[in-house]
Structures are given as C-alpha cells and as structure tokens.
Design a protein around this ligand. Structure first.
Ligand code: GDP
Length: 364
C-alpha cells in the first residue's frame, strides 16, 4: 500500500493527527517524545464513485483502496547526530512514498513549544536540516565507495561520482535533494540511497479550530514558503480531526464540518493532496461479488494496472474491457452497456484513465 510518513517537531500535533487517522484513542500528552513507538495507521481512501457503483451493481462487498500513515517520531534538533530518538525514525522514513510534514501553526501557551515560540518557518528548517544531514551521510558514504572504482577508470562510476558530488554540494548549501534539477537518467545514480529529502512532501499546517477553514497568519507564512517550493499546504486542526474521526454517522459528520466552515475533513484533503502529488489515479472493478477501487500511477498501461490485482493478470494479459462511469450510470448494467456499444476492448498499449471500470481477460 501507499505509505505516507508523518514528520514534524515534537508537540506540533502529529500524534493527535495520527490518532485521528487510525482512530485509536491513545492519549496525546503535552510532552515531547510522547510518540515513541513508530506507528502505522491505515485509512480508506474516500471515493464518491464507489458509492455510485455500489448502488448500480449492488455487490456483496465494497472495498475501497487504502493508504498507510506512518507516525515517525523522534525528529528533533540533533536527531541526525543520534540525539533524541534520532536513528529509530530513519528505517521508517526510508520506506515511505511521501512525507506529510506537520508544522505547528496554533498558539497555545499551555502546550510547550520545543524552541519556545511558534515559528513555522524555523521549525520547518530544523526538520529539513536534520534530514539533509542524514542524506549527506548517505551521499558521502557512497562517494567513498564510488571514488575508488572511478579511479580505476570505470565510466559508470565516474558518472555516479559526478552526480553524487552535485547532490553533496546541494545538500551542503542547505537545500533538499528534491529541489535539485536532474534528468531521470542522472537520478539513477542516487536512487539506491532513497534520499529522505528527495521524497515528495506536503505541508500540514496545524491551526487552532477558530482559524478554520482558511488558516491564520502562521499558515499563510507557511503557504508563501511552500509556493516557492511548488509544494502544497493542507490546513487542518488536528484536534478537530480527532473529533471528526469519532463521528460515524455521515450526516452528523457533515453537520459538524459545516459548523467550522469545512466541506470535507482535513484528512480527506491530505489524502487527495497525496494522490495528486504522487500522480496516482484509481480504477474500479465491479461485479456482483465485489466492487473495488485500485490505485495505480497515472500513465500505467492496462497490463501493469492488472498486475496490481494479481501478477498472473499482468503476465497472462490478453485484453481489457473498459466502461466509463458515466456510461454505466446511463445504461445501468454491464450487459446494457455492451448492447449500447459502450464497452471498449483495449489491448496492451491502453493507458488506464482515472475512473475506468475494468474487466481483464487473461491466460493462466
Ligand atoms: P506530537 O508531539 O507532534 O505528536 O504532538 P501531539 O499530537 O502529542 O500534540 C501535543 C499537544 O498539543 C497535545 O497536548 C495536543 O492536545 C495539543 N494539540 C495538538 N493539536 C492542537 C491544536 O490544534 N490546538 C491546540 N490548542 N492544541 C493542540
């Protein structure tokens, strides 16, 4: 499943948000390091189209696609040198697909700020600097390895070394690996390092509930910064998210959101932002047994998309029958779609479109 790591300084609201995600009611205390164990929460990706298909098909079950959130604790100033819980978080963060960087934008004298005052940009830089130092370590290690081989005249090693040195300079100047412009071929020289600051990032501005829905001066400052990085900021109130997570009844939820001027929860916004950041799309399978959503990358062809269901589907791919959701809505059943000529037969080169309803034919 898709993994999103939650990072941020202590006391910015990570666990509150994480608990809202996993909806386990563990207490979030006013205490740096209260999220000691790295934790994983799974959330289903909300999708209105699933509900539409459910009504049309009336299946035995509906299975949404999911996203995992990993609460990555212990990132503090000095973490890269092993202070705090420094090294614990690394293994967790290496394997995430994207980073949700939570930044404290709420004022509350009762909640200790690790550096004494609310300053989103300074906070963000502390986290960036720690991650950059870790990346620098990885790059330096590889440089040592590659240098020897490069001296013996190996052309690939020479190329790697050249790229690595560019990353080294970039990181040493206090910048994140993701902002270094590199063509795809050159990036291969550092791909194995899984650089932390190369991972795509979304900023989550945690504001007080009275600042909903649009945020406050702190979150605006964060937005200005993020615009310069081409990154997105999602404004949430972690404590409101926690309350929303408690509400099961959709009508109650809607009413509650309305009270704060919201049309959807911050979590939904975060998930949507992660989808678009990672260029992800959803296709559906629909049968009487099961209506299900599947996540793939934009641009994937039919066999690769089928492979998400089962590797045999990819290996033995013959063709795909594709129905568009609006056709399904118009003609109501698969049979009626067929009669109306609305089932397209697509081959190996078909690029799957967001919202496609797919039926794969394959050899076993
Ligand atoms: P973490 O250390 O980043 O995981 O932060 P926590 O989620 O544990 O939050 C630290 C403290 O800040 C807790 O006492 C939370 O209740 C409180 N907190 C979190 N979000 C908000 C918020 O939006 N407003 C206010 N006033 N307090 C918050």
């Amino acid at each position: 499943a898709l993994k999103c790591g939650i990072v941020g300084l202590p006391n910015v609201g990570k666990s509150t948000l994480f608990n809202a995600i996993s909806n386990n009611k563990a207490e979030a205390a006013n205490f740096p390091f209260c999220t000691i164990e790295p934790n994983v929460g799974v959330i289903t990706v909300p999708d209105e189209r699933l509900r539409i298909l459910e009504e049309l098909v009336n299946p035995q079950r509906v299975i949404p696609t999911t996203m995992e959130f990993v609460d990555i604790a212990g990132l503090v100033k000095g973490a890269s040198k092993g202070e705090g819980l420094g090294n614990q978080f690394l293994a967790n963060i290496r394997e995430v697909d994207a980073i949700a960087h939570v930044v404290r934008c709420f004022e509350d004298d009762n909640i200790v700020h690790v550096d004494g005052k609310v300053d989103p940009l300074a906070d963000k830089e502390v986290i960036d600097a720690e991650l950059q130092l870790k990346d620098l370590e990885s790059v330096d290690k590889k440089i040592l390895r590659v240098e020897k081989v490069a001296k013996s005249g190996d052309s690939k090693a020479k190329k790697d070394l050249e790229v690595l040195k560019k990353y080294k300079n970039h990181l040493e100047s206090g910048q994140n690996a993701r902002s270094l412009e590199m063509d795809a071929e050159d990036k291969k020289s550092v791909a194995d390092l899984q650089l932390l600051t190369a991972k795509p990032v979304i900023y989550v501005a945690n504001v007080e509930e009275t600042a909903l829905p649009n945020g406050n001066a702190h979150s605006n400052t964060l937005k200005e910064m993020a615009a310069g990085e081409n990154a997105e900021v999602v404004v949430v109130s972690a404590s409101i998210e926690a309350q929303i997570a408690e509400l099961e009844d959709p009508d109650e939820r809607a009413l509650f959101l309305e009270e704060y001027g919201l049309t959807e929860s911050g979590l939904n916004k975060l998930i949507k932002a992660a989808y678009s950041l990672l260029d992800l799309i959803t296709y559906f399978t629909a049968g009487v047994q099961e209506v299900r959503a599947w996540t793939i990358k934009k641009g994937w062809k039919a066999p690769q998309a089928a492979g998400v269901i089962h590797t045999d589907f990819e290996k033995g791919f013959i063709k795909a029958e594709v129905i568009k959701l609006d056709s399904y809505q118009t003609y109501k059943t698969e049979v009626a779609c067929k009669e109306a000529g609305k089932v397209a037969i697509e081959g190996k080169e078909y690029v799957v479109v967001d919202g496609d309803i797919m039926h794969f034919r394959f050899n076993v």
